[in-house]
Design a protein around this ligand. Structure first.
Ligand code: S3P
Length: 442
């Protein structure tokens, strides 16, 4: 059912909360667990629609998966060669990660499969994945425009490649490495800039030898995965909404518990600190191969910055809410090198420029980023108004957070997809002090 957010202007965020489990790690826990020998036990699994799409796809491929039940999932692995032909199309819903990683994993199977997605996913580019996989010997068909549905035909066997990736994409890297498990010889990917490394870390946790030298990562095909026990940390991409919210709302003091602090994901903390944010990293520890910490954030006077381009891939999902932070900062913020934002769940440069303009904050979108003249000196940089989320979860949550510095309420349309990555967002945000209510829309 369609729903809207109605968010009162003003307020502050306080207390302690734990946001749901990491989306990237949750997807991979099912995928690698399915390919492993033995039963993988997962806790902290994201019970959001995206990760559930991946679970449903693997059930359709013949894998027994129990849960999630309070974040606990058991994946009864079938081994590298144990997946079974699906009876129908495999629905990835809104999840680009599911579809792209599945392309890599399914092109080495002896059966045919068809990957489909929702309206947003059906517009997203898949050639970045199908092209390198084709070089490995995969047979993959997309629409003429390179978008889903994606048909994967059995190949006559894959061979390893040396792949120089042109876009800095963890999904592309992961798809090629997963195909590499089924390939003859060595499969190597060289990244143009560091991207999230969960696939490499988790493969290692499942007993696969993965090598890295500088930007080049590689593995030998045919290795056996052994079941693992995984504790999924809270998603830093979901925590980001609260890091920004507590920074911009005066009088805030909020602690976010058990946040994943993988260095390929912490760009948002680095960028906010460059802007003057007051974020304390408490009790840093390692849980199941991933760094984790509690983050205490207190309000601070932010200043505009030129975002260092090398931090962009490390914070790529956080830009919608970082644009909100920039609007509440003193001075100009310039983001470049973020062209990838145009091919996310929505065109996030256009969507955020329109959304900010709709609440009275004109900004200058550019081809690969944004220029924002912050209004940090004003109590309410945003006037309030009605915003279209375009069904993009992160646009919806970013604009809900903007309401903390809005003179009047912000109404956000089409918010049902917030549940793809952050089930329970309204409840947690309200507990922390955001004046948010969810309304069903006609
Ligand atoms: C993801 C990689 C990123 C990110 C997405 C999750 C992953 O996409 O935006 O939300 O889990 O590998 P790209 O690889 O396209 O940058």
């Amino acid at each position: 059912m369609a729903s809207d957010f109605e968010v009162a202007g003003g307020g502050r965020l306080t207390g302690r909360l734990r946001v749901p489990g990491d989306k990237s790690i949750s997807h991979r826990s099912i995928m690698l667990g399915a390919l492993a020998e033995g039963t993988t036990q997962v806790s902290g699994f994201l019970e959001g629609a995206d990760a559930l799409s991946t679970r449903n796809v693997f059930r359709a491929l013949g894998v027994r998966i129990d849960g999630p039940d309070q974040g606990r999932v058991s994946v009864h692995g079938v081994g590298l060669q144990g997946l079974r032909p699906p009876a129908g199309p495999l629905d990835c819903g809104n999840a680009g990660t599911a579809m792209r990683l599945l392309m890599g994993l399914l092109c080495g199977q002896r059966f045919e499969s068809l990957l489909v997605g929702d309206e947003s996913l059906s517009r997203r580019p898949m050639r970045r994945v199908s092209e390198p996989l084709a070089r490995m010997g995969a047979r993959i068909e997309t629409t003429a425009g390179g978008t889903p549905p994606v048909r994967i035909l059995p190949s006559g066997g894959l061979r390893g490649i040396e792949f120089d990736m042109t876009v800095a994409s963890a999904q592309v890297k992961s798809a090629v490495l997963l195909a590499g498990l089924y390939a003859e010889g060595i499969t190597a990917v060289t990244e143009p800039a560091p991207t999230r490394d969960h696939t490499e870390r988790m493969l290692a946790g499942f007993g696969v030898a993965v090598h890295r030298e500088g930007p080049r990562v590689w593995l030998h095909g045919g290795q056996t995965l052994r079941a693992a026990t995984l504790d999924v940390p809270a998603d830093i991409s979901s925590a980001a909404f609260f890091l920004v919210g507590a920074s911009i709302a005066e009088g805030s003091d909020l602690t976010l518990a058990h946040v994943g602090m993988n260095p390929t994901r912490t760009g948002v903390v680095d960028i906010l600190r460059l802007m003057g944010a007051d974020i304390e990293v408490l009790d840093p520890r390692t849980v199941g191969g991933e760094p984790v910490a509690d983050l205490r954030v207190r309000s601070a006077a932010l200043r505009g910055i030129t975002v260092p381009p090398e931090l962009v891939p490390l914070a790529i999902d956080e830009f919608p809410v970082l644009f909100v932070a920039a609007a509440c900062a003193q001075g100009r913020t310039v983001v470049t090198g973020a062209h990838e934002l145009r091919v996310k769940e929505s065109d996030r440069i256009a969507a955020m420029a329109d959304a900010l303009a709709a609440v009275g904050m004109p900004v200058q979108p550019t081809e690969d980023g944004m220029v924002i003249e912050g209004r940090g000196g004003e109590t309410s940089p945003f006037a309030g108004g009605v915003v279209e989320s375009l069904g993009d979860h992160r646009i919806a949550m970013a604009m809900a957070i903007a309401a903390l510095r809005s003179a009047r309420p912000v109404r956000i349309r089409d918010t049902a997809n917030v549940a793809t990555s952050f089930p329970g967002f309204t409840r947690l945000a309200a507990e922390a002090g955001l004046g948010i209510a969810e309304r069903s829309a006609a």
